[in-house]
Design a protein around this ligand. Structure first.
Ligand code: F0G
Length: 457
């Protein structure tokens, strides 16, 4: 018999209580947090879908590894295990351990960047862009056109526009720092990148002699999509698909807090020895010695195990299908979404949900607050609060889209938690006309979404 029900392919061995609250309590908590979910306390949150980064549950095998961790300053056994796990997966000889993804980004893009340099990506994640721009370089996003229409169905909306890439590499000849393919494309809706697209990007980069980097923090999830959606790939194992993608690149940056299945960690992997040596100098100055970087021995042990577990076909099937399960339930309720559903998150089109709230009244922020008031669900606005800027006359230059992200932590929530989220959306849909927008009453100069204060209109 083939079952419809997706079961979590694990038993729960240790539990963490969730504090339940009433709507009246949550209204008070929202007010105290100035209607900004980043200012809520996690003890008050019922279902936390703020991020899938570092929020996953480790396996019994990983926890056992925590005790096995070798905390030697140099030549730690746990480092040897992690180094081998990364070399085996990426096929890259030089591995630099870092405390998280952005530390690896700072090292490699700090070295390759600088004023006048240009970096090109399907979409730079915020920390990637920030690390590049901090060096004085420019970051250009070139997703395919299909990736920019929320409702349009396309199997690989995370792909890079290779035609535009070729033109840009000619135009910026001699000034390109690197080309970066983010798999899956987080800022573009968690959408996958095909192997064919990665091959196209790789051959154009080779032809122009520019480094090709993979941002591989969700590479296992991306491999699931390749196996299930790309012609001819249906019999290739997930790990093999990942290996083939790595084989096309010159280097990789990973935040292990995603598909590394750990709460903290990352790495930079490189093929070229001279480049690796230059980066190793920066690693030692800012992160730590070469055999631990920014990590404890126990963290490295957990990463080595996490990188194996994440390619388990039963885990990946559960992971992608349970994200889709939430997305399809919301779609049935008529909630406007980014489609098809991505790997780690469901993205809601708040502009379409609340057409009566204009971008300068932040429809995404309104939905984030509604989800918390109605269900204690924490999510993140990815729209004009995060990316909006001000014109000379003080008016808001809105973001391209007004999205809200529901990111699913790995191995943390069960099907009933997800059904609770869907049920909350029934009420969101029923009361959508009554919802009003917000205005910002206090904001910092940079990355305002983290600390801004809001007031309801
Ligand atoms: N690259 C991508 C594609 C990411 O999604 C992230 C983090 C990073 C790099 C940086 O890694 O946090 O370990 O320094 N994304 C998290 C998120 C924060 O919520 O999507 P980090």
């Amino acid at each position: 018999m083939k079952h419809r029900t997706i079961i979590e392919p694990f038993r729960i061995k240790s539990v963490e209580p969730i504090g339940l609250s009433t709507e009246a309590e949550r209204i008070g908590q929202l007010k105290e947090a100035h209607y900004n979910p980043f200012l809520l306390q996690s003890k008050d949150v019922i279902i936390d879908l703020m991020t899938d980064s570092g929020t996953g549950a480790m396996s019994a095998h990983q926890w056992a590894g925590i005790m096995e961790g070798d905390e030697a300053y140099a030549g730690s056994r746990s480092w040897i295990r992690m180094e081998q796990a990364v070399q085996d997966l990426t096929g890259m000889q030089h591995v630099l351990p870092t405390h998280q993804g952005r530390a690896a980004e700072r090292i490699i893009y700090g070295h390759l960047g600088g004023p006048g340099k240009v970096f090109i990506s399907n979409t730079h994640f915020d920390t990637t862009r920030a690390n590049i721009e901090f060096t004085g370089a420019t970051a250009i996003d070139i997703p395919i056109a299909e990736g920019q229409d929320p409702a349009l169905q396309h199997p690989f909306k995370g792909n890079m526009d290779v035609g535009v890439l070729d033109q840009l590499l000619k135009q910026h000849k001699g000034h390109v720092g690197a080309v970066i393919l983010t798999v899956t494309n987080n800022s573009g809706g968690g959408q996958p990148v095909s192997l064919a697209n990665a091959e196209g990007v790789s051959s154009i980069c080779r032809r122009h002699g520019v480094p090709f980097m993979l941002d591989c923090c969700r590479i296992a999830e991306n491999s699931w999509f390749v196996q299930h959606r790309e012609a001819g790939m249906e019999h290739t194992a997930y790990r093999e698909i990942a290996r083939r993608m790595f084989a096309l690149a010159d280097g990789a940056v990973m935040s292990a807090k995603k598909d590394g299945m750990v709460n903290m960690g990352g790495f930079l992997a490189l093929r070229d020895q001279a480049l690796a040596e230059a980066c190793t100098n920066l690693l030692i100055i800012t992160e730590g010695f070469t055999t631990y970087g920014g990590l404890s021995g126990r963290d490295m042990e957990a990463i080595a195990t996490g990188l194996e577990e994440v390619f388990d076909p039963h885990y990946l099937e559960y992971r992608i299908r349970s994200t889709t399960f939430l997305g399809e339930k919301l779609h049935e309720l008529g909630v406007p979404l980014m489609r098809p559903i991505g790997g780690h998150a469901v993205y809601i089109d708040a502009k379409a949900l609340y057409p009566h709230i204009p971008p300068h009244e932040y429809p995404g922020q309104a939905l984030v607050c509604e989800l918390y008031r109605l269900g204690g669900i924490r999510s993140v606005e990815i729209g004009s609060v995060m990316f909006g800027t001000y014109a000379e006359d003080g008016s808001l230059r809105p973001a391209r889209m007004e999205l809200v992200r529901l990111a699913i932590p790995r191995r943390v929530y069960t099907q009933s938690h997800i059904e609770y989220v869907a049920e909350t959306f029934e009420e969101v849909m029923r009361t959508r006309q009554e919802v009003r927008g917000f205005r910002i009453v206090k904001e910092p100069r940079f990355l305002r979404h983290f600390t801004a204060h809001f007031e309801g209109l």
